[in-house]
Design a protein around this ligand. Structure first.
Ligand SMILES: [Zn+2]
Length: 122
């Protein structure tokens, strides 16, 4: 399964690259070499939705007789995985330039550096 690149509109982004793409580590298109990523709000939202479904399934499972609870919980897990895959499939890829990707990486290190400094001084 490959996804369309927002630069050249060719399916040059692998599902794996899309799944792990971020501003600091964008996915690279195999056709044009363009960089793109899924918004951090989208990826964290998908993660939160998955956790929510599992928690609801767990609560639901506890309310059922023990013979059924495993089935209810398993159903919740399958639903969470299905929703996760579907959401990742639909998640929009945003183009990013090489410069901003490099900048985002620098910003990450900058924030980490400040966090370390604050940790040392407190
Ligand atoms: Zn491309």
């Amino acid at each position: 399964m490959k996804y369309d690149c927002p630069h050249c509109r060719k399916p040059g982004i692998t599902g794996f690259a899309k799944r792990w793409s971020s501003r600091a580590a964008p996915a690279k298109c195999e056709a044009c070499g363009g960089l793109s990523h899924v918004l951090a709000s989208t990826s964290s939202g998908i993660g939160a939705a998955g956790v929510l479904i599992v928690v609801v399934a767990l609560i639901g499972a506890l309310g059922w007789p023990s013979a059924c609870s495993a089935v209810v919980f398993l159903f919740g897990l399958v639903l969470a995985v299905a929703c996760n895959l579907r959401a990742w499939k639909r998640a929009k890829l945003w183009p990013i330039s090489r410069e901003s990707a490099a900048h985002a990486t620098t910003a990450n290190w900058f924030v980490t550096g400040i966090a370390v400094l604050l940790g040392l001084s407190s």
